[in-house]
Design a protein around this ligand. Structure first.
Ligand SMILES: O=C(O)c1cc(=O)[nH]c(=O)n1[C@@H]1O[C@H](COP(=O)(O)O)[C@@H](O)[C@H]1O
Length: 241
């Protein structure tokens, strides 16, 4: 039996108190927490340390993309915070990915999982054409997944639409972290490559990142519960065959 995919709650709150209010209502371990640019720029490392000390697994989503030396230093700093996962942009290229990997491998203590963002889920074909990125989103995800596997990363961030192809390309042990997850009745917002939670799981996602359908719900804690139940039911149905 495969482990059920995890729910990672994207805590993109402007107000750290609002993020704390939601986390305080959740049993530790019921889901994972994601701190991205909005909350990190407001609250800094202290909030992350508070949650990791309390036993939460935190995904620090700062999508590092810089020269190799700078990204290596940023990954070391993330590891010092005790986070569960940290990410970089695969578009940073092979040397940057290798530097990030080496920085974490050089640690004597535990290191976070290292994943690479392939093509942002807010991007569609028109965006890739405007940027000048060759091929379809699926082509670009495959190319960037190749860079991530070559550098020994632990997984990629991609949309559910590419999760099955990434699993076939990189193997079942390579994580497929999928944002752009929307329950059928939820607003798509700025996301473009979108699947429902069940759709993303059936496509082979290992971790589902969900933000606004939770943070903008009337009862965010209940929204987390509903999603966790749906994830567990879908995974159990798949195991039952
Ligand atoms: O790395 C990410 O987490 C990420 C990558 C990506 O391609 N798309 C994407 O939406 N994300 C993040 O996933 C979260 C999605 O939030 P919602 O669209 O509100 O569910 C946000 O915090 C994004 O920063």
């Amino acid at each position: 039996m495969n482990p059920a995919p995890s729910l990672i709650v994207a805590l993109d709150y402007d107000d750290p108190a609002a993020a704390r209010r939601l986390v305080d209502t959740l049993p530790v371990g019921r889901c994972r927490l994601k701190v991205g640019k909005t909350l990190f720029t407001r609250a800094g490392p202290a909030l992350i340390e508070e949650w990791t000390r309390a036993g939460w697994e935190v995904f620090l989503d700062l999508k590092f993309h810089d020269i190799p030396n700078t990204v290596a230093g940023a990954c070391r700093a993330a590891a010092d915070l005790g986070v569960w996962m940290v990410n970089v942009h695969a578009l940073g290229g092979p040397a940057m990915l290798a530097a990030a990997r080496a920085a974490l491998d050089a640690r004597s203590g535990p290191a976070p999982l290292l994943t690479a963002v392939t093509v942002l889920t807010s991007h569609d074909q028109a965006t890739l054409d405007a940027i000048g990125l060759r091929g379809t989103p699926a082509d670009a995800v495959a190319r960037l997944t190749g860079l991530a596997t070559a550098a020994g990363l632990d997984g990629v961030v991609c949309s559910g639409e590419e999760a099955a192809a990434v699993r076939d390309q990189a193997g079942a042990g390579f994580r497929r972290v999928t944002p752009g997850v929307r329950p059928a009745d939820a607003a798509r917002g700025d996301q473009r490559r979108v699947l429902t939670p069940a759709g993303a799981i059936q496509a082979g996602a290992t971790d589902l990142v969900v933000g606004r359908p939770i943070t903008e719900a009337a009862d965010p804690a209940q929204a987390v519960e509903t999603l966790v139940s749906e994830i567990q039911l879908t995974a159990a149905a798949m195991d039952a065959g």
